[in-house]
Design a protein around this ligand. Structure first.
Ligand code: DAH
Length: 339
């Protein structure tokens, strides 16, 4: 009998019950009238009187232990069930902290959107390029400083494989694969071998636009630029074109807009001039058209290129270029309102 008592004790010790029904099953098995412990009580009547003292004590202890153990299991099961009820499924959830769009993406989309309304479609090209697409086809002289390692990241020399220094390379990719009329806008990342500072970075972003067709003139370029400037910086914006030089355009110009902070009156941002420079542009040099197999007697074109960082700085007065690539959430969160 002592053996049986020990076994039941061990069974109870090891018993687990996940819910109230399992606890009740244990109670019935051990403590109900027909359960194992009352059955032992019954048998107790027949044990030898010499053993009664010892077995009686063990049996009583088992009964107490069984009652305590089953109570403890019941409480644990109830606590488990309670946990579920702590979750209020009808409560309004806390708002999700969703990310913000990167300021450069916001501005890139705005630029693309403005040109899209003028019929420009997006074209893209590779960031790893060859000398022909980045320099030679665009009329860069063999000794042009951009072809120097100090300005350009080369992956290989002879044959030259390099990281494109401007998105003008997409112009020649498109002109060699499509026939005019061509009206494209090329957003993308470009690389230059510059020391990183508040005002320069080794990579940044540009948008290039190219329009090649019969009878494309300088006034088309000027009107496109005026439309872009006013859509981007507001209807009061004025533009001015200053003569400049780029190997791939002739004539070439740089465009200023009336300072969008002071309206052109002169402030510290525009260094008192009332104007800020925003892009380079010009009529596609006939030599560039010819190098891409386009008859320059039949077709003319204009091109323009701008830095997305520059436009973003002007729109949002970002003073340090490095902020764009540091992933500082405090900086990025400032653009929630700009959605
Ligand atoms: N590729 C020039 C640069 O990276 C920008 C540029 C200037 C693009 C004049 C043009 C252009 O298409 O006509 O500085």
């Amino acid at each position: 009998m002592l053996e049986k008592i020990k076994n039941i004790h061990a069974e109870l010790e090891a018993a687990v019950a996940e819910d109230a029904a399992a606890v009740e099953a244990l109670r019935i098995k051990y403590l109900s009238k027909k359960g194992a412990i009352p059955a032992l009580m019954n048998d107790f009547r027949n044990v030898d009187p010499s053993q009664k003292r010892e077995l009686g004590q063990a049996l009583n202890e088992l009964k107490t232990y069984a009652a305590e153990r089953i109570n403890a299991l019941r409480e644990a099961a109830e606590r488990g069930a309670d946990k579920g009820s702590e979750i209020d499924l009808t409560r309004t959830p806390a708002p999700l902290n969703i990310g913000t769009r990167h300021p450069l993406s916001l501005v890139r989309e705005q630029i693309i959107d403005i040109f899209r309304r003028l019929g420009f479609t997006i074209a893209e090209g590779p960031e790893i390029e060859d000398d022909w697409h980045v320099f030679e086809s665009l009329n860069f002289a063999p000794d042009h400083p951009a072809r120097d390692m100090q300005d350009t990241f080369f992956i290989n020399r002879n044959p030259d494989v390099l990281l494109r220094t401007h998105t003008s390379s997409v112009q020649t990719r498109v002109m060699t694969s499509q026939k005019p009329p061509i009206r494209i806008i090329c957003p993308g990342r470009v690389y230059r071998n510059e020391a990183i500072s508040a005002r320069a970075h080794c990579f940044f972003h540009q948008v290039e636009a190219l329009y090649v067709d019969k009878n494309v003139t300088y006034s088309d370029l000027r009107q496109t630029l005026l439309y872009f400037a006013r859509e981007m910086f507001g209807p009061e914006t004025r533009i001015r074109l200053r003569p400049s030089y780029f190997p791939f355009t002739e004539p070439s110009a740089e465009m200023d807009i009336s300072c969008n902070l002071c309206g052109g009156n002169g402030c510290s941002f525009c260094k008192g001039t009332g104007w800020v420079e925003i892009l380079g542009c010009g009529m596609v040099d006939p030599a560039v058209l010819e190098s891409c197999g386009i008859d320059s007697k039949e077709y003319t074109g204009f091109a323009l290129g701008m830095g997305i960082e520059r436009i973003t700085n002007l729109k949002y007065q970002v003073k340090d270029l490095r902020l764009f690539s540091e992933n500082d959430k405090r900086f990025l969160d400032e653009f929630v309102a700009a959605h």
